[in-house]
Design a protein around this ligand. Structure first.
Ligand SMILES: [Zn+2]
Length: 450
C-alpha cells in the first residue's frame, strides 16, 4: 500500500505539469485521498532534521533560511514553498520528492505550517524542532481572538515527543506563553537592543497568565514584541537562550548583528534588510545550531541567502533601485514602514492592493495600520496607489494626513513607470499584497528588472 498513494500522486503531478496548473496542492490532495497516512509514511525514513515553522509573520523567510542552511551544508532538503502550508501542500511537496516506491530520498524536511493546520501535522511529521515566530491578527482572523489561535497551537505542541525542541520567540508574549505548559524541551530566542519603535495599532494586549494583570513594557520593537513584564507578580519575558545584539541595519549593506548562545558568539551578516528579518535570521541560525550544523557553514550560508521574491527584495530598473515587500496585514505594513524610517532618507511609495480571493476580500485592515504615526515622522515626497483597491489606499493615505495633491491612483504598469520617473534621490518602496505581487513580478520580469 505504501507505494500506491505516491504512484498516484506522481501521475497527478505529471498531469498537472502537462495541463500547466502548477500543482501546489492537487497531487497531495489526491495522494491523501488514496492514503490518509501518506505524510507519516513518506517521512518514516527520516529520523532527524525535521523542522516545522509556524506563526503569523516570518514563516516563509525563516523556513527558507533553514532550508538554505541545510542545503548549504550538503544535505538534500524537502521544503514546501509559500502558499502550500496546509496539509495538502505538505503532502504535495513530499510526493514530488519521492520515488515511485514511496521512498523519500532526502536528508532533511522543512515545513512552513499554517497555525490552524498544526494539530494533525505535528503527529504526522513528528518534528525534531518547531519554531514559533509570533502571533498577530491576520486579515483572515482579524475578528478572531489571538488567544484562541495560541490555544490551538498549544494543544498541537502538547502532542510533541519529549525529545523535540520548541523554539519560541521570547519577545512575543503570546508565543513565549506556549513554553509554560509544554513537556518537550523549550528554548527561546530574542533581541536585546535599544531600537526605536513605531507606536502600533497592531499592539495586542497580553495579560499575565499567572495573575491576569496587564503586561507592561520596558522596550517595544514592533507590534507587541519587546521586553515585557507583569507589574504585580513579577512574571516576565523569558531570558532568551539565543540573543541578538549590536544590530546594524542598512539599506545598502543589509543586516549585521551578534548572536550569543552559551559561550558562543557569532557575527551574522545578511543581505536581508529590516528589523523583523533579524528575528527570522536569529530563529534560523538558532535552529541551525540545534541541528548540529557547523558554525562556519551557518555563517557562510546566511551570507549567501537571497530573499524570496517580494520579501524585502531589492531590485534595480534602469539606473534606479527599489525595495519590494509583500504586505498582507497591518503589522506587516507597519513594520515595513518602520524599517523605511530607519534609513532616514526621503521616500516615494507605491502601494498596490488587490482584493482577489487569495488576498482576502476584506481590505479594511489598511485602516488598522498606524499610517498617521509613520507619516508624522517620515519624509514621503510622492505616493502612487494602485491595484483593484487603489482608491481605498489613496483614501487611507489622505485620512492619515498625506497631502492629496501628491497621491496618484493609476493602473499597475503605469504606476511602476510613474514611481520610477518621479524618483530622484528618494528610496522607492513598492508594497503589494499577494496577487498584486504576482502581477508586479510578471511585469518587472517582462521589463528585465528581475
Ligand atoms: Zn502576573
Amino acid at each position: 500500500m505504501k507505494g500506491l498513494g505516491v504512484a498516484i500522486g506522481k501521475i497527478v503531478n505529471i498531469s498537472c505539469k502537462i495541463t500547466g496548473k502548477g500543482g501546489t496542492s492537487l497531487p497531495g490532495k489526491i495522494a491523501l485521498m488514496t492514503d490518509k497516512d501518506i505524510i507519516k509514511k513518506l517521512l518514516s525514513s527520516l529520523e532527524k532534521n525535521k523542522v516545522i515553522v509556524t506563526g503569523t509573520n516570518g514563516k516563509t523567510t525563516t523556513s527558507g533560511l533553514v532550508a538554505h542552511l541545510l542545503s548549504f551544508s550538503g544535505m538534500k532538503v524537502v521544503h514546501n514553498k509559500e502558499g502550500a502550508n496546509m496539509r495538502t501542500g505538505i503532502a504535495t511537496s513530499l510526493v514530488k520528492n519521492s520515488n515511485l516506491m514511496g521512498y523519500l530520498k532526502k536528508d532533511a524536511a522543512i515545513f512552513e505550517v499554517d497555525e490552524a493546520n498544526l494539530g494533525l501535522l505535528v503527529d504526522e511529521i513528528n518534528p525534531n524542532i518547531v519554531i514559533v515566530t509570533n502571533f498577530f491578527r491576520d486579515q483572515l482572523d482579524r475578528f478572531g481572538e489571538i488567544d484562541l489561535i495560541v490555544d490551538k497551537v498549544a494543544k498541537a505542541l502538547s502532542r510533541l515527543q519529549k525529545d523535540s525542541i520548541v523554539l519560541l520567540n521570547a519577545d512575543d508574549p503570546f508565543a513565549s506563553s506556549l513554553g509554560d505548559t509544554l513537556r518537550s524541551k523549550v528554548m527561546y530566542y530574542g533581541i536585546e537592543e535599544e531600537v526605536e519603535s513605531i507606536k502600533s495599532f497592531s499592539f495586542e494586549q497580553k495579560f499575565c497568565p499567572v495573575c491576569g494583570t496587564k503586561y507592561e513594557y520596558k522596550k517595544i520593537y514592533y507590534g507587541h514584541l519587546g521586553d515585557y513584564y507583569c507589574p504585580k507578580c513579577g512574571k516576565k519575558r523569558p531570558d532568551p537562550d539565543f540573543k541578538a545584539s549590536g544590530i546594524i541595519l542598512s539599506e545598502e549593506n543589509g543586516i549585521k548583528f551578534k548572536i550569543s548562545y552559551k559561550n558562543k558568539n557569532f557575527t551574522v551578516k545578511s543581505g536581508l534588510i529590516g528589523l523583523y528579518n533579524v528575528y527570522n535570521l536569529l530563529a534560523a541560525v538558532s535552529a541551525g545550531i540545534l541541528l548540529g550544523l557547523e558554525d562556519s557553514v551557518i555563517l557562510r550560508a546566511v551570507e549567501t541567502y537571497n530573499p524570496i521574491e517580494g520579501r524585502l527584495q531589492k531590485i534595480q530598473w534602469k539606473d534606479k533601485k527599489a525595495i519590494i515587500n509583500l504586505v498582507k496585514n497591518p503589522v506587516g505594513l507597519e513594520s515595513t514602514l518602520n524599517m523605511l524610517l530607519q534609513f532616514e532618507k526621503p521616500l516615494n511609495l507605491l502601494i498596490i492592493i488587490n482584493d482577489n480571493y487569495a488576498d482576502g476580500r476584506d481590505v479594511s485592515w489598511l485602516w488598522d495600520a498606524n499610517l498617521e504615526e509613520f507619516l508624522s515622522k517620515a519624509n514621503v515626497n510622492y505616493a502612487v496607489a494602485s491595484g483593484l483597491r487603489g482608491e481605498e489606499v489613496a483614501l487611507r493615505l489622505k485620512y492619515a494626513g498625506f497631502d492629496s495633491k501628491k497621491i496618484k491612483v493609476i493602473p499597475l504598469e503605469e504606476a511602476v513607470k510613474e514611481i520610477f520617473n518621479v524618483t530622484d534621490k528618494e528610496i522607492i518602496a513598492i508594497l503589494p499584497n499577494y496577487t498584486a505581487l504576482q502581477e508586479l513580478t510578471k511585469y518587472l520580469k517582462s521589463q528585465g528588472a528581475l
